[in-house]
Design a protein around this ligand. Structure first.
Ligand code: TXA
Ligand code: MG
Length: 327
């Protein structure tokens, strides 16, 4: 099992060294926990793929300390700089042309790289101490539910890594929004995420190309190679439903199906789970993965989950639920 470390100065210093020499570390971000390695060390990055059992055609996201570090690994343009100034540190990832020093394994052989700057205070301190970029995909075994606590990382990858930095539960609970900004005249959202697309549109004053909610992603799969139809999945089969009526809830036997609702209903019973008290989308997002794990570990034969409203963070929540339901 991995050692779970608190974010003391001494531990951060040790972890920097461990990363520099090729180690893998579970790290907190404001979205989900990541599995970190020195992004300039091809062998260390190959170990990420091995630990996660992730296919090597699914590129990694690189983390940098701030806007001024973008040029270390890629060629930013004015649009990227403007959005980074506005939204970093925060849950927005840019796809930009990569510099030659980024190893091919990191980008799955693509000539672009995905780059972001995390707002998590402990991880940010670690990245700032490192004089190299940090590759960190989500710290889950490939295709399983992403981790939002150090304990989730321990449960999924603890036997394969030595250290996990404990930064508490993740504030957002869904991954970063990925935007391809290589063509400044046609930026394109590749993955809905914790930063609502509407906020980016408001910043640049026009609408942005986005994946359709229903296209379980054939349209962007060649652009964002890891955007697989089946992903973020519990082992228990999950069915996604728009609005679940009270009659339906009553008809469901309490034993077999777990119900995952956006907010409390009159239904009670130990098979009824709520993602938020208020129905607020940020609360729903922050609880989504941990509730899915809890249900997955409770022996139900199926999960019936309720869709969130299709706006703002709801697009990211529904995207994850749709992929979780893909058989
Ligand atoms: O919030 C997040 O983004 C988390 C935290 C840990 O930073 N990371 C994360 O990484 O979600 P991961 O590996 O689970 O998802 C990375 C996805 C890939 O599956 C792929 O779809 C996209 O980012 N991606 C990476 N590099 C790309 C590139 N060069 N072009 C297009 N898409 C890329
Ligand atoms: Mg992932």
């Amino acid at each position: 099992m991995a050692n779970i470390l608190q974010p003391t100065e001494e531990n951060l210093r040790d972890l920097r060294k461990f990363l520099l020499f090729g180690g893998l570390v579970g790290v907190p971000t404001e979205t989900v926990y990541g599995l970190a390695a020195n992004a300039l060390d091809a062998e260390a990055c190959a170990n990420i793929f091995q630990a996660k059992e992730r296919p090597t055609n699914d590129p990694l996201i690189c983390h940098v300390a701030g806007v001024e570090s973008l040029e270390d690994i890629c060629y930013p343009n004015p649009l990227a700089l403007r959005l980074a100034e506005r939204f970093w540190p925060g849950p927005l990832t840019f796809v930009l042309p990569k510099k030659a020093k980024v190893p091919a394994i990191v980008t799955a052989g693509l000539d672009s790289v995905a780059v972001r700057c995390s707002a998590h205070p402990d991880f940010k301190r670690l990245v700032e101490q490192c004089d190299f970029p940090i590759a960190a995909p989500s710290a889950n075994p490939f295709a399983y539910i992403s981790p939002t606590t150090a304990q989730h990382v321990q449960a999924g990858l603890g036997s394969k890594i030595s250290f996990i930095l404990d930064g508490g539960p993740c504030a957002f609970g869904v991954e970063s929004t990925i935007i391809d900004v290589r063509d400044e005249s046609a930026p394109r959202i590749l993955r809905y995420g914790a930063l609502p697309a509407e906020e980016i549109e408001a910043e640049i004053g026009r609408s942005i190309d986005k994946p359709a909610a229903t296209d379980a992603d054939e349209s962007v799969q060649h652009l964002a190679p890891g955007a697989l139809p089946k992903h973020y999945s519990p082992r228990t089969p999950l069915a996604l439903r728009g609005g679940i009526s009270s009659e339906e809830i009553e008809k469901l036997g309490p034993e077999n199906a777990a119900l995952l609702l956006a907010k409390p209903s009159f239904a009670t019973g130990k098979n009824v789970y709520w993602l938020s008290k208020s129905g607020r989308l940020d609360e729903i997002a922050s609880q989504l993965y941990s509730k899915l794990r809890e249900i997955d570990e409770s022996g139900y034969s199926s999960i019936i989950a309720e869709e969130a409203p299709e706006l703002g963070l709801g697009l990211a929540i529904n995207d994850r639920l749709r992929r979780a339901s893909f058989q």
